[in-house]
Design a protein around this ligand. Sequence first.
Ligand SMILES: [Zn+2]
Ligand SMILES: [Zn+2]
Length: 175
Amino acid sequence: MPVNLGLDFQQLSGTLIAIISILSAIGIAVWIALTIWTFRDMKARSRDTFGQILAALVVAVLSIPGFLVYLILRPRETLAEQYERALEEEALLQEIENRQVCPGCGHATKDNWRICPYCHTKLKKECTNCGELLDLPWKICPYCEIPQMEESRPARHQRPQPYVPSFDDIGGESL
Ligand SMILES: [Zn+2]
Ligand SMILES: [Zn+2]
């Protein structure tokens, strides 16, 4: 019987050692995989090389608890997601900027309206040459390149202009 028991013990310890070595191999593989995964994941979320190495180090040293800490503290968005969100925000801003509103009453207006139907504010002027609709501050027509007279502000034309002798005047005086 003692011989049998000794054999059993040897078998048992052999099996135990096999199980332990398999488990530790799996543990080491998981540990390495987690460390590499953390490094790659951090790389996708931050351009900071120091941060990438630090995150991988934390997981390498602390193993699963370190991985849990990383999962809690990692940047919420990947760089790709950040970029996408920035593009979306920019598109939204552009849309808001492009939406036309009446400067007088704030109602939405359309591109080809000359006057606001709500408060009668003048929105556009016609080109004196080709008749295309122009924004009020434009001083030249972008369609036909003709400079625009400021018809909306006649007061300016009545202001006396300082006298500047032209070449003809000087020539006429000397004759
Ligand atoms: Zn208006
Ligand atoms: Zn024109």
